[in-house]
Design a protein around this ligand. Structure first.
Ligand code: ZN
Length: 422
């Protein structure tokens, strides 16, 4: 009887163990720690209006404008003789703290003012970039800038003239710049741009097909996505550098293009970028949480374009890269225990990169593939390895280009080696 009881207890114990284990592994993903509640519910949402405005204060001597693509500035006041304030609001109240701003400011007479940036539903994050022409940008001098961490504001000292000064969270990188880049790439005989769908506001979702493969033979595929999140300009600059290196005239890049098709969608959220959003598309949805339900036209367009690869016996997906920005250089690989194809690939190329740039700060944070993000969809759909490639908001642009170019070279070299094996 005692033995029977022991067995019964053991059975009950193991049943509980299995039950708890089951709960923890099949638990529905509901968002990362920095996500607002309900982020994985990706149906269309109401968004806050952002009115186009040109506002003059102090008897019409100081002016601001948000009348250009990518702008964000909701209101402008004079606080006292020398202090002015802009308020910046997100496209939806429930949002990650990525407070994008971009506006022009000028004065009828040369003047030096203090300008406070105040945010609703967020706190100051991006070091202001200044430009006289909207094309060439420079970070504000540290002596002309301070932050107040208690109330989440920042104050800039600005020398104003008649010619508008551009003030922006990062250098502006909007649809016209993408178009110029796509146009220059399409001069190359092995690059074909294609429109795979349209955003809510009818912006094209562009695919760059970069390849010189023999289409009658088996070949590898690399998928690249970018700019799902509008303020993530360093990720956009990195994606551009990376794709340019794959398109370059080096022996390695030529060899790579003879063996691999590159399918790149570097401008996945054009509406969000054009509207100066902090995070979402035109319907208030985080596109990097929509890779399970595909409620949004941007994610659907990319998925529908890629799905035929599943039944293509000649094309095999080897790798996926999704470019983003955050407050550090950070790679999110898939947990090492997961079997990917090629297996362990991300960890290996990151090791090579770290060896080449031992002083460049690079963090690696593996994640389980249980969230509806781009990288995980690539892994679950094709079995391929994939990475979320985050570039620091504050990365010095020169060294960022050098390191990203080198990571493109390492990835090409190691993918070619993988293809030799199979
Ligand atoms: Zn992002």
């Amino acid at each position: 009887m005692a033995t029977f009881n022991k067995i019964l207890h053991a059975l009950i114990f193991f049943s509980f163990l299995i039950l708890f284990w089951g709960c923890s592994t099949s638990g529905e993903f509901s968002g990362y720690s920095y996500d607002p509640e309900g982020v994985t519910e990706t149906s269309d949402k109401e968004t806050n209006p952002h009115y186009t405005r040109v506002i003059g204060v102090n008897d019409g001597s100081i002016w601001v404008s948000n009348d250009f693509p990518g702008a964000r500035m909701n209101d402008f006041y004079q606080v006292n003789d020398s202090l002015y304030r802009v308020t910046i609001n997100p496209e939806r109240d429930a949002i990650n703290n990525s407070p994008w701003y971009a506006f022009q400011i000028w004065s009828t007479q040369p003047d030096t003012i203090d300008l406070q940036l105040t945010y609703e539903h967020g706190t100051h994050r991006y070091l202001p970039k200044l430009s006289n022409d909207g094309k060439h940008w420079q970070a504000i001098d540290s002596t002309s800038f301070s932050t107040d961490t208690t109330n989440g504001t920042a104050t800039l000292t600005l020398n104003l003239k008649k010619k508008p000064l551009w003030v922006s969270a990062q250098e502006r990188y909007t649809a016209d710049k993408y178009q110029q880049w796509f146009d220059s790439l399409s001069q190359k005989p092995f690059i074909t741009p294609d429109t795979v769908g349209f955003s809510h506001n009818n912006h094209p979702i562009v695919k760059l097909n970069i390849s010189n493969t023999d289409t009658s033979k088996p070949r590898g595929v690399m998928i690249i996505t970018g700019r799902l999140h509008p303020p993530e300009v360093t990720g956009a600059l990195g994606a551009e550098t990376f794709i340019n290196e794959l398109s370059s005239d080096t022996e390695l890049a030529r060899d790579f293009r003879n063996n691999f098709e590159i399918l790149a969608y570097p401008f996945a959220n054009p509406d969000g970028v054009q509207q100066g959003h902090w995070r979402y598309n035109a319907r208030g949805v985080d596109l990097n949480r929509d890779w399970e339900h595909f409620n949004q036209p941007e994610t659907r367009a990319i998925r529908n374009d890629l799905l035929p690869l599943k039944n293509d016996s000649l094309r095999k997906v080897y790798y996926g890269i999704d470019f983003h920005s955050t407050d550090e250089n950070l790679f999110y690989p898939i947990n090492r225990e997961e079997k990917t194809f090629p297996d362990d690939f991300t960890y290996q190329w990151i090791d090579s990169l770290k060896q080449e740039f031992p002083k460049y700060p690079i963090e690696v944070e593996p994640f389980p593939p249980n969230s509806p993000i781009t990288k995980n969809w690539i892994f679950h759909t094709f079995g391929a390895d994939a990475v979320t490639y985050e570039i620091s908001d504050n990365a010095p642009r020169d060294s960022m280009h050098t390191v990203t170019r080198e990571s493109a070279r390492i990835i090409m070299k190691q993918l070619l080696e993988e293809k030799q094996k199979h």
